[in-house]
Structure formats: C-alpha cells, structure tokens
Ligand binder design. Sequence first.
Ligand SMILES: *Cc1c(COP(=O)(O)O)cnc(C)c1O
Length: 403
Amino acid sequence: MTAALAASPHVMNTYARLPIALSHGRGCRVWDVNGRSYLDALGGIAVNTLGHAHPQLVAALQDQVGKLIHTSNYYHVPDQEVLAAKLVELSGLSNVFFCSTGLEANEAALKLARKFGHDRGIDRPEIVVYERAFHGRSIATLSATGNPKVQAGFGPLVEGFIRVPQNDIEAVRKATAGNPNVVAVFFETIQGEGGVNSMRVDYLRDIRALCDERNWLLMIDEVQCGIGRTGKWFAHQWAGILPDVMPLAKGLGSGVPIGAVVAGPKAANIFKPGNHGTTFGGNPLAMRAGVETLRIMEQDGLLANAARVGAHLMAGLRRELGDLPTLREIRGQGLMIGVELTVPCGDLVKHCAEAGLLISVTADSVIRLVPPLILTEAEADEIVALLCPLIHEHFSQPALATA
Ligand SMILES: *Cc1c(COP(=O)(O)O)cnc(C)c1O
C-alpha cells in the first residue's frame, strides 16, 4: 500500500476501511489504483461467485444494459420466470420472490412466517432464532440477529423472537414448550458473520422433523452459505432435507445486487397481491446476472471445484497451522472456511492486505475465507503461503498477542 488514502469526507462513516482503493479485477485477483495486485480470498464477502470480470458474465451484462436495466413489477420480466424455474429445480422448492439484498430476503421470510401465523389465527406469532446468528441490519433482521454489537443503539428491538443455542434440539423443545404462538424456526446452515459455525447434519434432520410435528415453517438463511459455496447448491442439502422458506442473495448475482426468497408448498401461497413488494426486485439486469451466474456455474462445474479446492485449501491450512499455539479450530465446508484463534486477530486483515491478500476476520477471532468459486488449487496454495506466516508472526503468542 502506498500513502494512506484520506477518509472520504462525504461518505457516511459506517466502515473502518483499509487504505486501499480498488480499480479493476480479473478472476481471483484485483488491482488497486496504484497498480498493486491482491489475491482475493474474500470475494466481496462471498459475493463474487465467478471472480472478477468473468468474460461471459461481462458480455451478458453488457448486452442486457443495452436492452433494459429496469422496468417495474407492474409488467412481466421474462427472466424472472427463467431464474425462478432454475432456483425451483435446484432447490426442490416451488416459488420465488425476488428482491435486491440479503436483509430484504430475510425480511420477506419473516413477513411470510408472521402471515403464516395470522392466517392460522395466531395474532402474536413468534419465531425461533439462534445465538450468534446474522440476518441483516434492518430493524427486524437485526432483531433476529444474535449479536449485541449489531443491535446496540437501535432499540426497541422487534419482538416475537425466541433465541436458542445452535445444535441443541432439546433447547428448542424447552424454549417453545406449551407456547402456541411459535410459527417458524429460522437459521443459517453455516453461520457466516457469527464465525463459520455449522449446524450438524443430524440437527438439521431433527429440526426438520420437529417443524413437521409442530406445523412450523423451517426457514433457512442461505444468503452466505448457499449458491454452491459448500459444494452443493445449498448447504442444507448435505442433510438431505428441504426447508419451507430459503432466503438467498450474496453469490446469486456474482456481484450484481440480487436477493430471492424460495418457498416450498407450505409457504408459496401465503403472500397475495399487495402483501409485499419492492421497486428494484427482479429487475432485468439482476435477473440476467442470476441466470448467467447459475449457467456458468453449471457449465464450469463450480460446485465440484468448490468442494475440491476447498478441501485442498483446508488441508494446506491444517498443515501450516497445526502447531500454532493459538489455534482453536479450522472449520467449514467447501470454500467457506473459518480459522478460529484463541486471541483477537482483527489486525490480520491489514497485515494480509499489505502482503497482497484480501481476507476478513469475523467474530473478533475467526479468519474467514470465502473466495470466488473459480479458485484454483494453485491460488489456494498461494493463500496458504501468504496467510499462514503472517498468523505465525503476529498471533502465535497467547499472552503477548496484540490484536
Ligand atoms: C450478508 C448476510 C445477510 C445480509 O445481507 P445484505 O445483502 O447485507 O443485506 C443476511 N444473512 C446472512 C447469512 C448474511 O451472510
């Protein structure tokens, strides 16, 4: 990095930004305005599925921009049906609502759950949510989020949430015992912001069975772990279950803002005209990005690539960090990997950027790698070679670590 960039005087100060301004990219690499290159192991936070400037996506988007960017949901948008049919095929569910971001997809899911309750005569519906969950930053989704830092300063929170720990089916039974107002259970298959924490396969099956037994909606937030990242289209598919409601966003448009709520038969007909909507949702540009992203993923076998290169990356990390005194755990699946240390390591982001590697640290002490799904084994080796020495250098001492 050259001289630090002055903070933007006019952009609202919502991010502690690195002093880097990026100008262009290609594949898994990006360049800053000074011509320095970086290997991108963050992918815009699990967004850039196809990396940067993928030639086929660029061509499709250029073609679309020259035709229509936006119309309105007052009219049919033909690619909405194309993308919805594809998501239905891949998920085994039945209908899709389109929006533009993850929080909007989750907001729609929460509204579906409440209306599901009201339609059954439940006036004060309640939804089971999880510790360390992250569902977005709108007032409702930050209330569903299990992180006091996200909620601080924004009370009063939305009511109607019951919070439980991950992977403890008895805790759900206990927290909901005798409560006739519960309408849904809502979680991420693998928590992203919360620190790459997975739901166990047996838990996913148990919670599906419990939802069936109680007639609750099973709502699975696949905004970060979905769209091929774990080696299946959706992470819950490793358990062989179907959700009733599945919010998507991040990777679906490979960088173009897009969100979607995919619903199964139990939730597909809850919304009627007038119940929900959004101006930008489902616009022709976003739909083209979604259709093209999924097409290229299939064409290039990116699910298999995510599984294979993810396993290779994980093996490299285990090899190089096995003797690290501050290592708590290396976990995740496919190209969604978390390395948890016993010490806070937020400054690693800066050290890595100086060495030409983009990563993130979440939940204070979890190094998160969510690179584009086109990552090669050679690039995975490069991530390991850049990252691991910096961890050893700066964060290997439990007592002396300076975060
Ligand atoms: C990022 C994220 C969201 C919020 O998405 P936005 O597009 O930032 O609103 C919601 N849920 C999960 C699991 C996420 O990772």
